[in-house]
Write a protein that binds this ligand. Structure first.
Ligand code: GDD
Ligand code: MN
Length: 360
């Protein structure tokens, strides 16, 4: 039975699948291994390619997820679909050197280690042809990860590692978020006890075929992951994002008001109505593209979404003013009255729009 399952998350990697199988086969001669592709229904037919190989080689398997996306959650599901005591995660584009799998496994076999991490930042490792800009982002992200990591890892951004099943189950039960790209940060931050880790050097290679899926969304997902690890136990991170957007909306409201009322000389009430509409639209657009990126409304649904958002927030505004007025009449300090109204309005807006505007 397999001792090691190598989980390979893929999205549009059809041209790399066969080469990955060959490279793993070469690297793990003499080991009882299994290769698990977890493909998010790639339009280029990656899953079909993987299944074709699997039909000729039982050691190759493919989990195909339909209607879902996400690197971290794919890795988790791949590891859970395996029965092996040792689990590795490796990219499907050969940027991670499969030759490292063998020393990783030997380290785990020693029994003193929970997880072995391929690192670009220990002696002997390297970032390959990463642009200066991407190196800078990677360094910043690594520094930010210190807030949630319980370990002094040199390369927490690595997506190349191997761990034991008990270590994995501990992290999963510790509350792995499965958000975005950075599964290693997620695992370390969710571990109930600090993981015993070893870092082995590797050099990040150039892509064989296909293209990177890294884009600006990855940055947003990473920030959400960090926030979830820091405070997700107490408040939903989506609510925090929603509230932060609302805070920006207040700024947009004031700037619009200043321009229309002071700048254009429109009467105050009309200016206030215009500013409210602009701020509400701003909030809708930003929430639609960031907070609810995964349930984004487009085309015709974008317009109907705006309507339901505006409707919900109008009711929220009434609740806000009502609660604040009621508290203020009861001799509550004005700041406390106002903030209570704002909080009730925000919770209402969030709750209602999460169900009606951005329902799953
Ligand atoms: N199932 C699935 N779903 N797989 C995905 C998805 C997704 O939504 N997005 C990307 N992948 C797969 C890709 O097909 C590839 O096999 C792997 O995840 C890494 O994606 P790349 O787009 O090649 O990422 P990268 O090269 O910029 O970054 C990688 O290297 C970094 C440095 O070590 C990632 O592995 C990072 O996690 C890693 O930190
Ligand atoms: Mn890559």
């Amino acid at each position: 039975m397999p001792e090691l399952t190598v989980v390979v998350p893929t999205f549009n990697e059809a041209a790399n699948v066969a080469a990955v199988v060959e490279a793993v086969d070469r690297a793990l001669a003499g080991v009882d291994w299994e290769l698990m592709f977890v493909d998010d229904d790639s339009p280029d037919g990656t899953a079909e390619r993987a299944r074709d190989i699997a039909q000729a080689d039982r050691r190759v398997r493919c989990v195909q997820r339909v209607g879902r996306r996400g690197l971290s959650s794919a890795c988790v599901e791949g590891m859970l679909a395996s029965s092996a005591p040792c689990l590795a995660v490796m990219d499907g584009d050969l940027q991670h050197d499969p030759a490292l799998l063998r020393p990783m496994l030997d380290t785990l076999r020693g029994g003193q280690t929970d997880i072995v991490v391929g690192s670009r930042h220990v002696a002997g490792g390297g970032v390959g042809d990463f642009s200066a800009q991407r190196q800078g982002i990677s360094r910043l992200a690594t520094r930010l990860s210190r807030a949630v990591l319980k370990a002094d890892l040199t390369d927490p951004m690595s997506g190349f590692f191997m761990l034991t099943r008990p270590a994995l189950m501990g992290c999963l039960r510790g509350g792995v978020s499965g958000i975005g790209y950075k599964i290693l940060v997620d695992l370390f931050a969710s571990a109930p006890r600090p993981l015993r880790f070893v870092e082995l050097p590797y050099t990040f290679r150039s892509r064989q075929a296909g293209e990177s899926k890294l884009d600006s969304k990855v940055v947003w997902d990473y920030l959400i992951l960090l926030a979830d690890k820091l405070v997700g136990r107490y408040v939903p991170v989506r609510f925090l994002a929603f509230s932060a957007v609302g805070g920006l909306g207040v700024g947009v409201h004031l700037v619009t008001l200043a321009l229309v009322f002071r700048g254009l000389g429109v009467d105050f009430v009309s200016a206030q109505v215009i500013a409210t509409l602009v701020a509400m639209t701003f909030n809708y657009v930003v929430n639609n593209s960031l907070t609810y990126r995964d349930r984004r409304r487009r085309g015709w649904r974008f317009l109907t979404g705006w309507l339901s958002f505006a409707l919900a927030c109008s009711v929220g505004a009434f609740a806000n003013v009502g609660i604040a007025a009621w508290l203020f009449q009861r001799q509550t300090f004005w700041v406390v009255s106002a903030l209570s109204g704002v909080l009730v309005g925000a919770v209402w807006n969030y709750a209602v729009t999460s169900v009606y505007t951005w329902r799953k």
